[in-house]
Design a protein around this ligand. Structure first.
Ligand code: GDP
Ligand code: MN
Length: 391
């Protein structure tokens, strides 16, 4: 789960990371009022959306008067901001963050991620911040420093110093950097984060380290024990179909193609998508209906996939272990009748209660194509999509 920049800043500052003073606004008037409250003569006005790359997309501006703060904020509210990370539909701005402008001498990059290979939290840092990490990795890979942390020991002082020295910081800044690193590490550990990123972490004109941007993501499987984090969820930033599917225990990701997929197990879903590609087609979505899917959940999954108007064919591929083919078949038949499915549907069932499942589909008398193997199913689905496109 992602949270907004201002929320990440508040959390990190509680752990000891220095951040600029700021305030949140829900309207242009409130933005102007925040600027007056903060004081000074320059403010940064920042659209709060769950995405980076806001600066380049026109979502961040340094303003020199209360009026300018108000005017710029009014261009942001209600707008769909399209960044490199949001996709073409963009993300809606309902909150704007106003903070005192900082005087930037240097921009650093700092990120904390989970390194699955070493099973440890990995710190990634660079003396050349400001640009996105993907861009940095491409244009300036030598500047990246990586370090993993032993979970039994925690982030050791010598490690923090080593990283700070590698970034060419002065001795006064080295101890500040240590504080920042340890604070981020503790926030990551204590709150079950999956990612903490400060980009840029700046050195100000007077030599202080300050986090000008902050990003945090959290492990959704741990949210049950982090109520203070889960209450930060902002549904306005989620893709509606994905978040509705999530409420029913379905894991759905919308894609560009026209073959709707309903599959159990993430691995099988990936393999099916590959197989569709191999047969010359394109999947419209990733969808894992999970283990033990009841007929009701299958109907819900059908509705979710068919909600996507690009879908021309539906491919159901179930390898039932914990699942039961008869339940899935019942769900498919039920969905056909309830949702009034007009599209070709290809079903491949294997595993627990497969004979029973096949019988339910045959007895239904519905125009459902069956397939015996994954390859066969993918070919039939792609052929059906091509027939529809030709018609
Ligand atoms: P992002 O583009 O979504 O990552 O948003 P950031 O919060 O990183 O802001 C984008 C850019 O705006 C930063 O890289 C800075 O160059 C600039 N910026 C942000 N805050 C300030 C500030 O206080 N003063 C100045 N001069 N520039 C800022
Ligand atoms: Mn940034």
């Amino acid at each position: 789960m992602d949270i907004h920049e201002y929320q990440a800043k508040e959390i990190l500052s509680q752990f000891g990371v220095p951040v600029p003073r700021g305030g949140l606004a829900y309207s242009p008037e409130q933005a102007g009022y925040r600027a007056r409250e903060i004081g000074g003569s320059a403010w940064v006005v920042k659209a709060q959306i769950h995405s980076g790359g806001r600066g380049q997309a026109g979502g961040v501006r340094v303003c020199k008067s209360e009026e300018e703060v108000r005017d710029f904020a009014s261009t942001l509210f209600g707008r769909n901001l399209v960044t490199k990370q949001t996709g073409a539909q963009g993300k809606a701005v309902y909150r704007v963050w106003i903070e005192e402008a900082s005087d930037i001498a240097r921009e650093l990059y700092l990120g904390f991620v989970l390194d699955r290979k070493s099973e440890r939290i990995m710190i990634v840092a660079s003396g050349h911040g400001g640009m996105e990490i993907e861009e940095l990795a491409e244009t300036d890979p030598e500047s990246l420093r990586r370090m993993t942390v032993d979970p039994a020991v925690g982030l050791a002082d010598f490690q923090a110093r080593e990283l700070a020295f590698a970034l060419d910081l002065s001795s006064a800044q080295v101890s500040q950097m240590s504080t920042v690193l340890k604070a981020c590490y503790r926030a990551y550990r204590d709150l079950d984060a999956t990612m903490v990123e400060i980009n840029p972490l700046v050195v100000t004109g007077s030599g202080e380290l300050v986090a000008l941007d902050a990003k945090m993501s959290f492990d959704t499987n741990a949210l049950f024990r982090r109520p203070q984090v889960s209450e930060l969820r902002d549904r306005s930033q989620e893709e509606p179909r994905e978040s509705a599917a999530g409420d029913y225990g379905l894991s759905y990701v919308g894609l560009e193609g026209n073959i709707g997929c309903m599959i159990n197990g993430a691995g099988l879903a990936m393999a099916t998508m590959d197989m569709i590609g191999l047969a010359g087609g394109q999947p419209a979505n990733f969808l894992d209906i999970g283990g033990g899917a009841s007929p009701e959940r299958v109907v819900r999954a059908f509705r979710t996939v068919l909600d996507d108007k690009n879908v021309e064919v539906m491919l159901v591929n179930i390898f039932a272990g914990i699942n039961r083919c008869d339940w899935v078949a019942e769900g498919v038949v039920k969905a056909f009748r309830e949702v009034d499915v007009k599209l070709p549907v290809v079903v491949r069932l294997a595993g627990t209660n497969v004979e029973e499942g096949k019988r339910i589909i045959e007895d239904s008398g519905l125009p459902i194509m069956t397939a015996d193997s994954l390859e066969d199913a993918a070919r039939k689905a792609v052929a059906a999509a091509e027939r529809r496109a030709a018609a």
